[in-house]
Design a binder for this molecule. Structure first.
Ligand code: RIB
Ligand code: CA
Length: 331
């Protein structure tokens, strides 16, 4: 039953801000599939592809899994200061491969992402968890425009950044690189979940974690033929795994964004420690770098919980199992 978890407890209310994108689509599906998560709204941002495509993709994924009841609102069409630069080379111009409905059954809500987030936080009876799996452009608006509602944000979990190397430039991970100024605003407002609340509790699921969270062709075959959802995910993976095999020579494709949701479902999956993280916004070489003080050499206070590792086998088992269950449910 929506809104209660498997033990009859109250599911965690989650608003997902995303830029679908193959792995964003899988994050949406995992959030809907797991009973401990109540996905109450989706907002979209330009990133992997343009806002028009990310919004249409979010609507069509929710159609496919039978959740056209979940509101979707479009956010910012581009970064705060930089020109938009997409990842169409990775995700394709439309942002998703595979057998999706050609057109969504509905349009997005007639309000902006920020307006929907304000409405959700205003009406919430308990603090809401925000998850961001694209550039942080919309989240920076939340920080700057909704200070009176920050207390209604249980925590913000983002997919983005890296303690070590980037994936879009040698220095920067894609989501942070697209809009470093937004990321700077978000991280300056962050604090460590569970510690004294001096800002918005912030968890950074970066590349150290997500590059270990990969699926392979074998997983695609496990899902193929298990209904519309399984077929869609299998074809998503066919594209996504193929790209990573060709571009990086890897065995599989990292399902970056789904790790944020898996972390909420089972916080023991990801190993994370508090760190001070600052964002480089000016350097032509290193713009978008998450400068993570792994060894506390700056003496600056930690402002985020930063992921360093993941139990990949348990993550993959959870993800494939939930996607297969979702397929059987929506069949
Ligand atoms: O670097 C990986 C991130 O960039 C993921 O969120 C992926 O969807 C892309 O947006
Ligand atoms: Ca994404």
């Amino acid at each position: 039953m929506i809104g209660t978890d498997a033990t009859g407890g109250v599911a965690r209310k989650v608003l997902l801000d995303c830029d679908p994108g193959h792995d964003d689509a899988i994050a949406i599906m995992l959030a809907v599939a797991d009973p401990s998560i109540d996905l109450i709204a989706v907002t979209t941002v330009a990133g992997n592809v343009t806002l028009e495509h990310t919004t249409s993709n979010a609507l069509r994924v929710l159609d496919l899994i039978g959740r056209a009841d979940i509101p979707v609102a479009a956010g910012r069409a581009g970064p705060r200061e930089r020109e938009l630069s997409t990842a169409a080379v990775m995700h394709g111009e439309g942002g998703l491969a595979g057998p999706l409905p050609i057109a969504p059954s509905r349009g997005p809500a007639d309000c902006t992402a920020l307006e929907l987030i304000e409405q959700v936080l205003t009406e919430a009876v308990e603090p809401v968890t925000l998850v961001a799996t694209g550039p942080l452009t919309n989240m920076a608006d939340v920080v700057e425009s909704l200070p009176h509602l920050h207390h209604m944000i249980r925590e913000l979990v983002i997919m983005g950044g890296a303690v070590d190397l980037g994936n879009w430039t040698p220095a920067a991970e894609f989501n942070i690189w697209v809009d470093p100024h937004a990321a700077d605003i978000v991280f300056r407002a962050g604090c460590v979940p569970g510690a004294e609340r001096t800002g918005i509790p912030l968890t950074m699921i970066g590349l150290e974690v997500t590059h270990r969270a990969w699926l392979t062709d074998e997983h695609a075959d496990e899902l193929r033929g298990t209904g519309d959802v399984g077929q869609f995910v299998a074809e998503l993976l066919d594209h996504f795994v193929g790209f990573h095999q060709d571009r990086f020579g890897w065995e599989g494709a990292p399902i970056h964004d789904a790790v944020t949701i898996a972390h909420l479902i089972d916080p023991t999956l990801v190993t994370a420690i508090p760190m001070n993280v600052q964002i480089e916004t000016e350097s032509p070489l290193c713009s978008g770098r998450t400068v993570a003080d792994r060894w506390s050499v700056t003496g600056l206070p930690a402002n985020a919980l930063v992921g360093l590792d993941i139990d990949r086998n348990r993550f993959v088992t959870m993800l494939v199992q939930r996607l297969q269950h979702l397929g059987s449910e929506s069949a």
